[in-house]
Design a binder for this molecule. Structure first.
Ligand code: SAH
Ligand code: SF4
Ligand code: F3S
Length: 468
C-alpha cells in the first residue's frame, strides 16, 4: 500500500479552524485552560505533543487539574486492559464535573477509539463525552473541536488509515529531549497485540521531513532525540527511494547540536548487521538497545508470531555485545501468554539469566478483542500467572542491582534532564546507556552535560557526585 501524506492544503484547512477557535476564545476575553492526559507508549506521548501544539495555537493554556479545565482530553492506550480501565474510570469521574460546568468539553482520542466496541461503549454509557477521535483522524482535531464548540456534541468514527500528516505544530516536552516519530503503524501482527489494528499498517515518514524536524529542534536547543516507531528496523521499506534505518541514523548523526541519538523499538527479527555497525561507529548513538524478547520458549514465540527463535535471539545478543561490550540492554516480556506452561515460563527465566538485561518491562498477558491470541486456549490460572510474574521480578531485581553495582566508582557523562521528583535539591539525568543518575547540582545545569562519579546504586537508579 502506498503511503498517503495529508497534503498541505488539507493542513491549511485545519489551520483555518485553529484560527476560528482562537477567535471564539478572544471574544470570550479569557484564556481557556486544557487538561491533557496521555496513556501508553512514546508514540502517544508524541501525538499528545501535537495535540497540545494545536491547542496552544487555538489559544489554550494548560492546567494540571480537571477541575480547572475548560477542555479535558484523554489520549488513550489499548494495549492492555488496565490502561483501558483507568480511562473509563477517569471519564466516569468527570460526569459530575460536567453537570456543574456544562461548558466543559471532554475529548477522548487515541488507540482505544480505533476499537469499535469501545467507541460504542463510550457513546452509550458516557454521554457527557463531547468528541471521540481516532488515531488516523488526529490531524482533523481543529475542525472537529470547532464543530463541537459551535454545534454541540460530535462523534467521529471516520477512518483514514494509511496517511501521514506533516506540518502539525508541536508543543514539545522540556529540553534537552525531543521525541521524533519516524514511522507509524505496524505490520507484524504479533498474535497478542492490538497495535496493528489501532495504528494501521507501517508507514515511514519522508527522510527529509525527519531530518528537517531534527535540524529545527537542534536549533531550538534540544540535545537528544528519540526516534520512534513500533519497529524502527523496517523504516524505509514502504518508501519509493532506497532507504533504511541504518542510513537514516547516519544522516541524523550529522546534524550539529544533536549530541545523543536513541531509538525505540527494534524488532529482533529485523535487526540488521548494518544497524549494529552504525551503532558501534557513530559516537552520537547511545549504546543502549531495547530488544523485546517477549518469551524464552520457542513454542510460545511461534504462537506469538514473533518470527525468531530463542537461539536466533541469543545469537543476536551475542553479536550486539561483542560489537559494543558496554551496551545497556532492556527488553519486554509477557507472562502467561495463552497456553504457556510452567516449563515454558522457566525458559523465560533462563533467558533473563543468560542475557542479563539491565532492566525489563514485564506484563501479564491481557486478552485483546479481535487478536488471534484471544481465542487460544489457556492452561494457567491467574494466580499462578501472578506468582510467576513476581518470581520473575525478584530474579530481575537481583540482576538489575548487580548490573548497577558495576557502575560504583565509575565516572559517567550525564545529560541533565531536570529536578528529581522526590527531592528538589537533586538533579536527575541519564548516562549514555539511559540509566537514571541523581546528584546534587545547580539548576542552571539542566540541559547540559556534566561528569558524575557514581557513589551509590539501587535497582532502578544510580546516585553520584559532580566531578570537576
Ligand atoms: N512495538 C513494540 C512494542 C509495542 S507494545 C514491540 O514490538 O516491541 C509494548 C509491549 O507491550 C510489548 O512489547 C509487549 O510486551 C506488551 N504487550 C503488547 N500486547 C500485550 C498484551 N495483549 N498483553 C500483555 N502485554 C502486551
Ligand atoms: Fe505489537 Fe508486535 Fe507490532 Fe510490537 S511488533 S507493535 S508487539 S504487533
Ligand atoms: Fe498503547 Fe497505542 Fe502505544 S495501544 S502502546 S498507545 S500504539
Amino acid at each position: 500500500m502506498k503511503t498517503k501524506t495529508i497534503s498541505l492544503d488539507q493542513m491549511q484547512e485545519q489551520a483555518e479552524f485553529i484560527k476560528k477557535i482562537f477567535a471564539i476564545h478572544r471574544q470570550h476575553g479569557r484564556q481557556p485552560l486544557a487538561f491533557v492526559e496521555t496513556y501508553g507508549c512514546q508514540q502517544n506521548v508524541s501525538d499528545s505533543e501535537k495535540i497540545k501544539g494545536m491547542l496552544s495555537e487555538m489559544g489554550y493554556d494548560f492546567c494540571d487539574k480537571t477541575e480547572d479545565a475548560d477542555l479535558v482530553l484523554y489520549n488513550t492506550c489499548a494495549v492492555r486492559e488496565n490502561a483501558e480501565l483507568r480511562v473509563f474510570g477517569n471519564i466516569g469521574a468527570l460526569k459530575h464535573q460536567k453537570r456543574r460546568n456544562p461548558d466543559m468539553k471532554i475529548v477522548v482520542c487515541g488507540c482505544m477509539m480505533q476499537q469499535e466496541h469501545i467507541a460504542e461503549t463510550i457513546k452509550r454509557k458516557y454521554p457527557h463525552v463531547d468528541l471521540l477521535l481516532g488515531t488516523h483522524a488526529l490531524y482533523r482535531f481543529p475542525q472537529r473541536l470547532y464543530e463541537v464548540l459551535h454545534q454541540g456534541r460530535f462523534f467521529d468514527a471516520e477512518n483514514e488509515e494509511g496517511s501521514i500528516f506533516e506540518g502539525i505544530p508541536y508543543y514539545r516536552g522540556a529540553k534537552p529531549l525531543a521525541n521524533i516519530p519516524i514511522m507509524y503503524g505496524c505490520n507484524n501482527f504479533c498474535t497478542y497485540c492490538i497495535v496493528p489494528y489501532v495504528r494501521g499498517r507501517e508507514r515511514s515518514r519522508n527522510p527529509q521531513h525527519i531530518l528537517d524536524e531534527i535540524q529545527q529542534v537542534a536549533k531550538e536547543g534540544y540535545r537528544e532525540v528519540m526516534l520512534l516507531g513500533q519497529n524502527v528496523n523496517s523504516y524505509g521499506n514502504d518508501l519509493e527511494e532506497e532507504m533504511d534505518f541504518a542510513t537514516l541514523l547516519r544522516e541524523v548523526c550529522k546534524i550539529d547540536g544533536i549530541e545523543r541519538v536513541r531509538f525505540m523499538t527494534s524488532h529482533p527479527k529485523d535487526l540488521s548487521d548494518a544497524l549494529i555497525t552504525v551503532m558501534k561507529e557513530e559516537p552520537k548513538i547511545c549504546k543502549q538497545l531495547h530488544l523485546p524478547v517477549q518469551s524464552g520458549s520457542n513454542r510460545v514465540l511461534s504462537a506469538m508470531n514473533r518470527k525468531y527463535t530463542r537461539e536466533a535471539y541469543l545469537e543476536l545478543v551475542r553479536k550486539v555485545k561483542s560489537a559494543m561490550p558496554n551496551i545497556v540492554l532492556t527488553t519486554d516480556i509477557i507472562v502467561g501468554f495463552p497456553g504457556e506452561t510452567d516449563e515454558e515460563f522457566e525458559e523465560t527465566l533462563s533467558i533473563l539469566q543468560e542475557v542479563e538485561y539491565d532492566t525489563i518491562f514485564s506484563f501479564i498477558y491481557s486478552k485483546r478483542v479481535g487478536t488471534p491470541a484471544a481465542s487460544m486456549p489457556d492452561v494457567m490460572d491467574e494466580e499462578q500467572k501472578h506468582r510467576n510474574f513476581d518470581r520473575m521480578l525478584a530474579l530481575q531485581n537481583e540482576i538489575s542491582k548487580r548490573k548497577n553495582d558495576a557502575y560504583l566508582g565509575s565516572t559517567q557523562k550525564v545529560l541533565v534532564e531536570g529536578i528529581s521528583k522526590n527531592n528538589s535539591d537533586t538533579l536527575t539525568g541519564r548516562t549514555e546507556g539511559g540509566k537514571v543518575v541523581n546528584f546534587i547540582g545547580d539548576q542552571s545545569q539542566i540541559g547540559e552535560f556534566v561528569t558524575v562519579t557514581i557513589t551509590k546504586t539501587q535497582t532502578w537508579s544510580l546516585f553520584g557526585e559532580l566531578s570537576e
